[in-house]
Design a protein around this ligand. Structure first.
Ligand SMILES: [Zn+2]
Length: 275
C-alpha cells in the first residue's frame, strides 16, 4: 500500500500546491480521497488516473475538497470504452452533489454524445452515503468511516483504509474528536489537515481567524497521533503555505507532541507501506 499526497494545499490558489486530495494505492485499485483543485493533473504525475480509481471517498462537501469532482466524473466517462460508473462514497449530501454535478454538465453530456458515435451512454456515479462503519470490503482491502467534527459543516467523515495488515487514516478537515480517535487506533499512517495557529493568530485577519475553530492546529493533530499510537503523521492542507525555510517549524511543532515520524507534505509526497 502506498499513500501519495496529490494536493497539499488549502483553499487558496498556490503555484506549487494543488488542493486537498490524497491517493491511497491498494491491492484492489487506487482510492482517491477528496478532489481538490488540480487533482487529475497530480494523479497523472503519480502515474494514476480515472481508469485506476477503484473509488472516490469524500470527507466532506466543502468546495475546496470537491471542486474538481466534476473533472473526475467527466474524464471517467469520456476516457471509457464501455459504461463505467464512478464509485463515490461520502457523507449524506453526496447523492445530491452528484445529481447537481450531472445537472451542471448536462449541455456538455449532450454535445459529446451527439458528437461521438461510439459514446452512446451517459456518465454515471454509483453513490453510497456513509457516516460510520464499514464503507466497503474487497479482497484484502477494508475501508471504514467514522464521524469527524468540522462544525458547522455537517456531517463530515474520516476514513481508515486497511490492506494486508497495514492501515492509513485520512482525517479530512476536523478538530480532535472521538470519531477520529476511533479510526486512528494503532494506524500506520495518519494524513491530517492542519493550520498554523501561531501564524494565523498573528495575522489577525478575521476571516482567516475563523478557520481556527474547525481545523486542527499542528499540536492537535500531533496529540491525536500520539494518543492513538500512530506511527507516521503526514501534515497536509497546509494553511498558510509554509514559506521557504520555515518547513522545520511545522515539523518541530508536531514533534513536540508526537514521538513517531512526521512528514510535512508537498504535492506528490509518498509514504510507502510495502505490500
Ligand atoms: Zn473543510
Amino acid at each position: 500500500m502506498q499513500v501519495i499526497i496529490l494536493g497539499s494545499g488549502g483553499p487558496l490558489p498556490d503555484p506549487d500546491r494543488a488542493g486537498p486530495a490524497t491517493l491511497v494505492r491498494t491491492a484492489v485499485g487506487d482510492l482517491l480521497v477528496d478532489c481538490g483543485r488540480g487533482v487529475l493533473m497530480r494523479a497523472a504525475a503519480a502515474g494514476s488516473g480515472v481508469g485506476a480509481f477503484r473509488a472516490v471517498l469524500l470527507t466532506h462537501l466543502h468546495s475546496d475538497h470537491i471542486c474538481d469532482l466534476n473533472d473526475v466524473f467527466t474524464m471517467r466517462w469520456v476516457l471509457s470504452f464501455a459504461p463505467s460508473p464512478l464509485t463515490v462514497y461520502g457523507p449524506p449530501g453526496t447523492s445530491e452533489l452528484l445529481r447537481n454535478t450531472v445537472a451542471m454538465l448536462e449541455p456538455d453530456i449532450g454535445w459529446r454524445i451527439a458528437h461521438h458515435d461510439d459514446l452512446n451512454w451517459r456518465p454515471e456515479a454509483a453513490v453510497t452515503e456513509v457516516e460510520r462503519g464499514t464503507v466497503f470490503e474487497d479482497a484484502s482491502v477494508r475501508v471504514t468511516a467514522a464521524p469527524t467534527d468540522h462544525a458547522p459543516v455537517r456531517p463530515t467523515v474520516g476514513y481508515r483504509i486497511e490492506d494486508g495488515g497495514r492501515s492509513v487514516v485520512v482525517a479530512g478537515d476536523t478538530v480532535p474528536c472521538a470519531g477520529l480517535d476511533e479510526l486512528c487506533r494503532d494506524a500506520d499512517v495518519l494524513v491530517h489537515t492542519v493550520v498554523r495557529r501561531d501564524i494565523v493568530e498573528a495575522l489577525g485577519v478575521p476571516r482567516l481567524n475563523d478557520i481556527l475553530d474547525y481545523h486542527s492546529d499542528i499540536q492537535g493533530a500531533a496529540q491525536t497521533a500520539q494518543r492513538n499510537g500512530v506511527r507516521t503523521l503526514v501534515l497536509t492542507h497546509l494553511v498558510p503555505a509554509p514559506g521557504p525555510g520555515t518547513e522545520h517549524e511545522w515539523i518541530d511543532q508536531a514533534r513536540a507532541h508526537f514521538e513517531g515520524e512526521v512528514v510535512l507534505a508537498s504535492d506528490l509526497s509518498v509514504v510507502d507501506l510495502g505490500g
